[in-house]
Ligand binder design. Sequence first.
Ligand SMILES: O=C(CO)[C@H](O)[C@H](O)COP(=O)(O)O
Length: 226
Amino acid sequence: MGQVDETKQLVGEEVVKYIKDGMKVGLGYGSTMYYAVKKLGERVKEEGLNIVGVPSANKTAEWAKEFGVPLTDFSKVQELDIAIDGADEVDSNLQLIKGGGGALFREKVVAAAAKEFYVIVDGSKIVNHLGAFKLPIEVVPFGWEVTASKIAKFGCEPVLREKDGEVFISDNGNYILDCNFQKITEPEKLHNELIGIVGVVETGLFVNMADKVLVGKDGKVEVVEK
Ligand SMILES: O=C(CO)[C@H](O)[C@H](O)COP(=O)(O)O
């Protein structure tokens, strides 16, 4: 296992310590979350931890089944106690870019339903300004080229995401545009502008959502709070 994966495992396992008996837990998606779901399954089996999870991605649901994390139907839950998830970039105000795995819409719905939202990253994700990572924007397939040209007016060249030579389709049946804004100085303003474009389903800017960020570096975890 490489150093980055070891760090992802470290923070993925650390965040699970915040999960207590009886909690309803939102489960994000990504390689860091894989370790968190695995550890959560261990706690369920070994300690009899009594929790239910709401997955943000079909893949997360598969992991939960594999590792024995009980899931519940989101429609049966009014509010989640905590949501945990990875991120692609985190700035000093705990604003995030997410969506590298293409699950940003459900991840945002799940995080927004939670009383607390904890983010787990390795140190390489900490940035001064968001935007070096291409901002993922989920759009409906119908007329996506028109939507992309409207997004471009805000200062980027949107690229339709592909995977294995095919257009990437989100769990919601939508497309993802990866947008090279380079430097996003006002994430809230940009999000508000982009979400106003017809055809945009959601942006990967998670503004004022994270309560804690667990950052793994050199074998240690630092907890950054607002
Ligand atoms: O937003 C996400 C998926 O949509 C992920 O949380 C983000 O891409 C980070 O992934 P990883 O933990 O694999 O680095």
